[in-house]
Ligand binder design. Structure first.
Ligand code: ZN
Ligand code: ZN
Length: 349
């Protein structure tokens, strides 16, 4: 434990964390990490120590507040932090749950008892209407979707009536809600190889695309894409990829209307070559491609306010497991890999 906190630093007693899909990629060895490290970045906790607050944002916080924090710390001074306005790519970036013990201080990951929140990290208080379990994914899954679907990135007069979401995990389900509430999309189609997850999406206002072919375990191998074509004369206005499966992308481009938007969020691992997709298809479609990695501070703020406004309208509690103790971390990862829950929760108290 630190003896003294620097200005704007916070010492947080971690309360719960959730296992993010990107941690599953690391755990499975699909992407590399410098070890030893404390994994985990989707989390929340209670402030138990504060360095002198000099930033206005820090002055609004107090000991005992339930908080979550941006998954990265930035310097405020470099080109990405200032001119480019993409602080998640700061020249002096530090990422929670991704930094080896050698480079960090040991209090950097959420799968642990405490986090030392650095001075350049955006921190937000969690309102009472959001439970601990639901607050944990705010700083990754939910904020990333608000970055991906930031209305500033879409011309105001864009026609958005239909959408296709690839993947019905937590990112995909949350995307359905954001598209319907903030983009006024009337029809959101969704695909997921796991038919149970596709069905869950109906509770979040989405229309599952039927399967054409399943494997021996019941997982969907081919979707009936004509189901979408029959209902959208020109194709869908926007496709959002959240599934992390590069094979889903060519179908998504194919179903996009001329001049539509294709947003990529889930392919956060190096094995994401887009296979049969050609440049011609993108050009011919006059498609706008958006690549989104992480988010900015305003998106964390927006995820708190948006989730607060819809939390009573959807069965979010069906998505996050009951908390497992930190001592059962292996079991928690196995459960996360089984896809029984959109998020598996870990109790850190
Ligand atoms: Zn994450
Ligand atoms: Zn910077």
């Amino acid at each position: 434990m630190p003896n003294k906190l620097e200005p704007n630093q916070l010492l947080v007693k971690n309360m719960v964390a959730t296992i993010c899909g990107s941690d599953l990629h690391t755990w499975r060895g699909r992407r590399s990490a410098h070890v030893p490290l404390v994994l985990g970045h989707e989390g929340m906790g209670k402030i138990i120590g504060m360095g002198e607050p000099t930033l206005p944002q820090r002055k609004a916080l107090k000991i005992g507040d339930r908080v979550t924090w941006s998954i990265f710390d930035r310097c405020f001074h470099c080109m990405p932090c200032t001119a480019f306005n993409i602080p998640q790519k700061c020249d002096n970036l530090f990422k929670y749950g991704h930094t080896s013990l050698e480079k960090g201080n040991g209090l950097d990951g959420c799968y642990s008892s405490h986090t030392l929140v650095r001075g350049g990290t955006h921190v937000v208080s969690i309102p009472d209407c959001i439970s601990n379990q639901l607050a944990a994914p705010l700083n990754c899954a939910f904020s990333t979707i608000h970055a991906a679907l930031d209305l500033k990135k879409f011309p105001e007069d864009t026609h958005f009536d239909t959408a296709l979401v690839l993947g019905a995990g937590l990112l995909g389900l949350y995307t359905c809600i954001v598209l319907r509430h903030l983009f006024n999309v009337s029809k959101v189609f969704i695909t997921d190889k796991n038919p149970e997850r596709e069905q869950m999406a109906t509770k979040f206002g989405a229309i599952p695309v039927p399967s054409l072919e399943t494997d021996s375990q019941g997982f969907i191998q081919k979707f009936n894409t004509s189901f979408i074509q029959q209902q959208t004369k020109h194709g869908v206005d926007i496709v959002v990829e959240t599934c992390g499966d590069p094979e889903a992308v060519p179908d998504g481009i194919h179903l996009l209307r001329f001049g539509g938007h294709f947003v990529m969020v889930g392919l956060v691992h190096p094995k994401s070559s887009l296979g049969s997709l050609t440049g011609y298809e993108i050009i011919h479609k006059c498609a706008t491609i958006h690549g989104i990695h992480n988010y900015g501070p305003e998106h964390l703020d927006r995820s708190i306010s948006f989730l607060s406004s819809v939390v009573d309208q959807y069965p979010f509690h069906e998505l996050v497991s009951a908390p497992l103790p930190l001592s059962a971390m292996d079991e928690a990862f196995d459960l996360a890999a089984s896809q029984k829950w959109s998020r598996v929760c870990v109790d850190l108290e």
